[in-house]
Ligand binder design. Structure first.
Ligand code: ZN
Length: 114
């Protein structure tokens, strides 16, 4: 995926949310991006600036929340940040765990101003 496409999708989704409140202006869009999503955050911010300034209004801010990679232990159910798929559970030292998240790319919330 290209960051410019991602930025366009986020902007469209944010604007769609803002349109639910007539007369309101989109002020901030928050997104959660997992470290495994393969998104270049700097490129995304750059793309966002370019895109949002094409609108004839004050451009909305983009807030990026980085979501770390994490595993879920199959033995004790603990959820923990991980660096590798073969991570060792910090609670029970089990090596049986699977990747739970870290590849998400989702709109977290949208703020509008009257
Ligand atoms: Zn465990």
């Amino acid at each position: 995926m290209h960051e410019i496409d991602i930025a366009a999708q986020i902007l469209r989704a944010g604007q769609a949310e803002a349109e639910r409140c007539p007369g309101a202006r989109l002020s901030t869009v928050k997104v959660q991006i997992g470290v495994l999503a393969g998104v270049d955050v700097h490129a995304l911010r750059f793309a966002w600036d370019v895109l949002s300034q094409q609108e004839n209004t004050i451009p909305p801010r983009l807030e990026i929340v980085t979501v770390p990679r994490r595993n879920l232990c199959e033995d004790c159910g603990a959820e923990f940040p991980s660096e590798a798929t073969e991570a060792v559970c910090p609670v029970c030292s089990s090596r049986k765990s699977f990747l739970l998240g870290g590849d998400e790319l989702q709109l977290a919330c949208v703020e509008v101003e009257e």
